[in-house]
Each structure stands twice: as C-alpha cells, then as structure tokens.
Design a protein. Structure first.
Length: 217
C-alpha cells in the first residue's frame, strides 16, 4: 500500500467518524428537546387542572355560603292579621305568616303606626346591635306579637289603619316595609291607645307571657 492510498483511507475514516458523531449528537439533542417539550406540556396541563379545581372549589364554597344565608322577612297585607280580645285582660294580637316558600328571619318587634301617629313603643325596650332578638320563620310558619289593652287608656279609640314595618337587627338599622293595613276595608274594629307592643314570639301563648313581663326601665 502506497503512502498516498494510506492517507486517503485515513481521511475517509476520519470523515466517517465525524459524521457518526454529528448524527449521534443530533439524535441526543432532539431526544432532549422532545423530553423538555413533554415535561413542559405535562406541567402546563397539571397547572391548568389545579387552576380549574381551585376555581370550582371556590365557586362551590361561595354557593354553599349563599345557600345558607337567611333573608329578612318582609311585611305584606296578606301576611299580617290583627285581632282584638276584650277585657278584663284585653289585648290586640298581631300575627305574621310566612307566605313564601323559603325560611325568612324576623327581628325584634313590629313597628306599628296607627292612623299615621308615632310608632308604638316596644314593651321589651329598644334593642341595640348586640341584644337583638331574631327568629327564623319556616314557610307557612307564624309569629305573634301582643299589644296590651287592659285599661281604658291602653285601649283608646278605634283606628282606621296601621302601617307595619319589620325591624332590622337594632333600632338604628334599616327595616323592611311598610305594609299598610286598612281596618275599614277589612270590616274590622281595632282599638289601641297609650300602650306598647311585645317582641315577636313563635307562639301566641308565649307572646301573652311576654306582655305580662315588660322590660324594666
């Protein structure tokens, strides 16, 4: 073998080795790139799933909170009834019936203004923010308040109408209403004078007891 042929063969081997190295390097690079893309895609998918799951959980929590909120009761001409019992222990009953299909919350006492006069004082006293009384009234449930009229001054004279508001959590909070009840249209006689009204109570007997135990001044 001549020196010239030996040099050509060595050059060919070197070129072949260089080509193989380039091919292997390219294959490794492509493999690494595919792995990186796959890892990036997997991380992005997991991150998106976490965001969706977190959003769904937050929405579920918000819906749960909203579903547990109890709305305030609202007075209406068809949900309120007045009745009067004569002496010796005379009184006027105020009855509220929840005519909606959802439980509502009623606070403290009714605000009653007969014939556009000032509202009757509260027998249990004006509530503050931290001593309010509340009752949850289920659909078709009832609440009662009593206006004592055992004396001539408390019975007063017949009234033609009454404006009814439902209190909020305290005397200074905003209430619901008013609802106007016309006794003449109902062919009713209700006589009220210088007296007070009890808080709302879930039973008529309980309201009568509350009327016998006014708050101390």
């Amino acid at each position: 073998m001549t020196a010239s042929r030996s040099r050509r063969r060595s050059a060919a081997y070197a070129a072949l080795a260089l080509g193989l190295c380039g091919t292997l390097a390219l294959t490794g690079c492509n493999s690494h790139s595919k792995k990186s893309k796959k890892h990036s895609s997997s991380s992005s998918s997991k991150s998106k799933k976490r965001r969706l799951a977190g959003g769904a959980a937050a929405a579920g929590a918000g819906a749960g909170t909203a579903s547990h909120q109890v709305p305030a009761c609202t007075p209406g001409p068809y949900s309120l009834r007045f009745g009067q019992v004569g002496n010796p222990d005379g009184y006027v009953t105020v009855k509220f019936r929840n005519t909606t299909k959802r439980t509502c919350r009623i606070y403290n006492a009714p605000r009653l203004s007969f014939d556009d006069k000032k509202p009757l004082p509260l027998l249990q006293g004006e509530p503050g923010m931290f001593d309010s009384v509340k009752n949850d009234v289920p659909p078709n449930g009832r609440m009662y308040a009593i206006i004592p009229t055992a004396t001539a001054a408390a019975k007063g004279s017949p009234k033609t109408k009454v404006s009814v508001k439902f209190m909020g959590t305290s005397s200074s909070s905003r209430g619901r209403g008013p609802a106007l009840i016309n006794f003449v249209h109902r062919d009713q006689t209700i006589s009220v004078g210088a007296t007070k009204v009890t808080n709302w109570v879930p039973s008529l007997s309980g309201a009568k007891v509350a009327a016998q135990h006014p708050a101390e001044d």
